[in-house]
Design a protein around this ligand. Structure first.
Ligand SMILES: Cc1ncc(COP(=O)(O)O)c(C=O)c1O
Length: 397
């Protein structure tokens, strides 16, 4: 017998919250935990561009054949175009290789495992705070996780001096996990001059950037959000990207993302890619194709791409509208504290500054679920639930 001594795993900070939410019998309950886009009706819509791509794929019967690891050939090309824009300018004589991955999480895991198995690097630096799953993904892959300062609770802003001071201790070959845009959970991103400083630091110390790019298009725009990535890709010799299409295509359940590796020569990239594929083969043989077919169908057809960009803009604008309404509604509820910083944050989340006790009271007394760190999914707010949310927050403050 080997199972009886297994220890119970701690509840996942985000998924555990969803489980608790589902089990809550109160009808007025509101889930602002997990980062999932909701429209005004409280639904997560299937995008029209996705529906049209599905219809095209069905007519072509594209998914019926076995496709393999690089089966969706077009996918790698459209992903790189989205990440790097005019690839030739950004990458110059470097080479990028891309493999489809099951979501951004799968891409992070493949990137980490590839590094551990094939390079001397063993350390990854993550921001404090960061997405709750980063540590777990990296440690499980065999990396040692170290933290760099990122957030100044006093100023509710980036602690860039602290970030640089932490990274001064990083060693040649260490990975540095950077959120491409819409930093999760703080919603605070680097500006161009700060990206430039990080690029110089990586170059000078031989650090390898690992971009987590889960929200492209949710900050300012598709190209604007990629500015930091493109700046670093142009500057440093080696870089990894784990990107996700869960949010910007609304394809949460398809598990679709990609891992991209940039090397300073075509030969190095090809050899490295053989090992990336080997890692994939050993984990799940090859990825599910359907999401990749949808994404490549949309991105390769100008009319579908235009429709998708429009839908993405609508989602982005809606979240911005909810931010403004949230701040105004808190004020209207008599909250004295200044929450205007929420309007400066980018992406789906607000890092509210609510403490653990306040978060617990929101849940116990008002059936409003947010993550223990104080992270609130603004993307889950609607005009209809805003009053209830702000009344509850006013009460626990
Ligand atoms: C920062 C960050 N990285 C990665 C992911 C994972 O993306 P996916 O759901 O595609 O695995 C998320 C999703 O919540 C995220 O917020």
């Amino acid at each position: 017998m080997i199972f009886s001594d297994v220890e119970l795993a701690p509840a996942d900070p985000i998924l555990g919250l969803t489980d608790a939410f589902k089990a809550d019998p109160r009808s007025e309950k509101i889930n602002l935990g997990v980062g999932i886009f909701k429209d005004e009706a409280g639904d997560t819509p299937v995008l029209a561009s996705v529906k049209q791509a599905e219809a095209i794929l069905l007519a072509e019967e594209s998914s019926k054949n076995y496709l393999g690891i690089d089966g969706v050939q077009l996918y790698n090309k459209v992903v790189q175009e989205l990440l790097f824009g005019n690839e030739h300018q950004v990458l110059k004589d470097k080479r990028a290789v891309t493999a489809q991955a099951p979501g951004g999480t799968g891409a992070l895991r493949i990137a980490a495992e590839f590094v551990v198995r094939n390079t001397p690097s063993r350390v990854v630096w993550i921001s404090n705070p960061t997405w709750a799953n980063h540590r777990s993904v990296f440690e499980t892959a065999g990396l040692e996780v170290k933290e760099y300062a990122y957030y100044d609770a006093q100023t509710q802003d980036l602690d860039f001096a602290g970030m640089l001071a932490s990274l001064a201790d990083a060693q040649c070959g260490d990975l540095v996990l950077l959120h491409g845009c819409c930093h999760n959970p703080t919603g605070i991103d680097l500006n161009l001059s700060q990206w430039q400083t990080i690029a110089e630091l990586c170059l000078e110390k031989g650090l390898v950037p690992l971009f987590d790019f889960a929200y492209q298009g949710f900050g300012t725009g598709l190209n604007e959000d990629a500015a930091g990535l493109r700046l670093l890709a142009a500057k440093v010799p080696e870089l990894l990207v784990a990107n996700s299409f869960s949010k910007n295509f609304g394809l949460y359940n398809e598990r679709i993302g990609a891992v991209t590796l940039i090397a300073d020569s075509a030969e190095t990239a090809a050899v490295a890619f053989s090992q990336v594929k080997r890692t994939i083969r050993a984990n799940y043989s090859n990825p599910p194709a359907h999401g990749a077919l949808i994404v490549s169908t949309i991105l390769s057809r100008p009319e579908l791409r235009a429709l998708w960009e429009q839908e993405l803009t609508t989602m982005r604008n809606r979240i911005a509208e909810m931010r403004t309404l949230f701040v105004a509604s808190l004020k209207a509820q008599g909250v004295k504290q200044d929450f205007s910083f929420i309007e400066r944050q980018a992406g789906m989340f607000s890092f509210s500054g609510l403490n653990k006790q306040q978060v617990q009271r929101l849940r116990d007394e008002f059936a409003v679920y947010i993550v223990g760190s104080g992270r609130i999914s603004v993307a889950g707010m609607t005009k209809a639930n805003m009053d209830a949310i702000c009344k509850a927050i006013a009460a626990v403050l």
